[in-house]
Ligand binder design. Structure first.
Ligand SMILES: Nc1ncnc2c1ncn2[C@@H]1O[C@H](COP(=O)(O)OP(=O)(O)O)[C@@H](O)[C@H]1O
Ligand SMILES: [Mg+2]
Length: 284
């Protein structure tokens, strides 16, 4: 669907490139996670792929052709959720969505989208009276309004409570199940674990890793079992190699003879991988 080669970009007036020669691609039907700490170039990359920013170096190929060779009709296939909601605050939710829908040849039905996002009752309220979470949800609805084939979502669950984040994530999964493709920018590893087929980690304008979350967890994890058990008043720890576990008599002795407190395998989490790969904690 998209193939990006040696993409470079510098904001006018900046000294250094913000994007320093990155290459990646994603296919139809995939949720591709674009991950990294704040300020590392995620939103910039999304803006380059959606042609909001131009004058880049390198190449972006969309459906086999240079992105630059397309006219505006390309936008009918693309839904974009910007990091900052792009809404008219003096208009109601319904007026906003109708305005955007009328810009496209083909439109989605507004009612089911607003109902699912819990905004149908508030459809005739001005957006100025909306809470941050309501604006985020309406911003997500706006991305779906032209019934797109590809969604670009920049931090779609940020500012949402867990219930609404759940609804948005289910809608993203549902979009993919119906054949849609998603480019998902986020720093929330929990969302990535649930949604993404493959991920790229970006830091300092460079791609540090590209793989599936499962492969990364295996590759960065340790094949070991960690136990904590009681020894009288004391808490003791033991670590066993997973590959030789079935022949390890000490392991079975411990299991049979001691009172266990905890038992864990050493597979790592995406949060830990995020820190290792980017050098920054994922909630910063
Ligand atoms: N309009 C702009 N002009 C100059 N620099 C910018 C502009 N927008 C973003 N930047 C800089 O580019 C870098 C990457 O920003 P961004 O792509 O928004 O990061 P992320 O989405 O990963 O948080 C940051 O250092 C930011 O300050
Ligand atoms: Mg951003």
């Amino acid at each position: 669907m998209f193939k990006v080669s040696d993409l470079r970009f510098k904001y006018p007036g900046n000294k250094e490139d913000t994007i320093k020669g990155i290459s990646f691609g994603f296919d139809k039907g995939e949720i591709f996670g674009f991950l990294g700490p704040s300020g590392m170039g995620k939103s910039t990359t999304q803006k380059l792929l959606t042609r909001i920013l131009k004058n880049y170096g390198g190449e972006i190929i969309y459906r086999g052709k240079d992105l630059k060779s397309y006219d505006k009709s390309i936008f009918k296939d693309v839904g974009v959720g910007f990091e900052m909601p792009v809404l008219f605050t003096k208009l109601t939710a319904m007026e906003n969505l109708k305005f955007y829908r009328d810009l496209y040849p083909k439109g989605a039905k507004i009612k089911p989208i607003l109902e699912r996002l819990g905004l149908w009752e508030d459809r005739n309220k001005r957006v100025a009276a909306f809470s941050k979470g309501m604006k985020s949800r309406l911003n997500f609805a706006r991305a779906l309004i032209n019934d797109p084939e590809i969604l670009f979502l920049d931090e779609p669950t940020s500012g949402l409570d867990p219930t609404n984040a759940r609804i948005v994530k289910d809608m993203i999964s549902g979009f993919r199940e119906n054949g849609g493709t998603v480019f998902l920018t986020t720093h929330l590893m929990h969302d990535v674990d649930e949604l993404c087929d493959r991920v790229a980690f970006i830091a300092d304008g460079e791609i540090r890793e590209i793989s599936s979350p499962k492969n990364l967890k295996l590759r960065y994890g340790k094949r070991e079992i960690r136990l904590e058990y009681r020894e009288g008043e004391r808490l003791e720890k033991a670590v066993f190699d997973m590959d030789t576990l079935k022949e390890n008599e000490n392991f079975f002795k411990l299991l049979r003879g001691k009172d266990l407190v905890t038992i864990h395998s050493g597979e790592t989490t995406l949060d830990e991988i995020f820190i290792k790969v980017t050098g920054v904690k994922s909630d910063e």
